[in-house]
Design a protein around this ligand. Sequence first.
Ligand SMILES: [Zn+2]
Length: 286
Amino acid sequence: MKRIIASSVILTAALCAWAQQDFSKVQIKSTHVAGNVHMFEGSGGNIGVSSGPDGLLIVDDQFAPLAEKIDAALQKLEASGPLKFVLNTHWHGDHTGGNAFFGRKASIIAHANVRKRLAGKSDAPKEALPVITQDEGLSVHFNGEEIRMIPLGPGHTDGDSVIHFTKSGVVHMGDQFFNGRFPFIDLGSGGSVEGYMKNVGDVLQKLPDDVKIIPGHGPLATKKDLKAFHDMLVETTGIVRKAIGEGKSLEQVKAAGFPEKYKEWGTGFINNNRYLEIVYNNLKGK
Ligand SMILES: [Zn+2]
């Protein structure tokens, strides 16, 4: 348990350092995904946007200092209009930092545990909190399609949802998908390595082959990319589980490392050793 707390403190510190970056140079890049849906990339989690005759709906809103830039990028879309809804995939600050800004003009919807965790932060203004919460899912009927918010069991955190734009054929995975990178699994927020893997597998099974996928982090993806991510999770956790079964220490597992083909996966926010520690500590604790 001590180990879990220690690694969670390190990660929180890393997230804070990330949040203290210079946002003045960040630009919001807008990409049309399919149908009504666009993806915005700036700094932090990718944003999904529905724009059309009913106005705007966004999935996640990155860091607070970027809110006005995100707002300006929204107004530049061909089919713009008022922002009506903000959907949060989970509570992390790189996905909900803009809530206080956007919550003044739109209704925020999230898993009940997102509200709980955001409300527990000492500096959380009322506007930043979701006003509609769910733990069994809900649908928003908007811009001519059903936008389904599907809650997941404990994985990345204990309050993740994926968002399915059913007619546009797009899914926003939140941080249940780091495209081409090792994921952060937040054990301190009720996350679970096995749950994370199960969630990805469950979603993967339900998706049609031609779906376009917005990952929490990394470039726009296909089902093939999500399958590669799942394969990586299965293989790497299998390696760690086997080593634990053989009585190997964390240091020994680190020294052995993961297969060479995963070298590139550790070049993002979560490097090889950090990912390995999360998996080892969580599996060892069971
Ligand atoms: Zn996250």
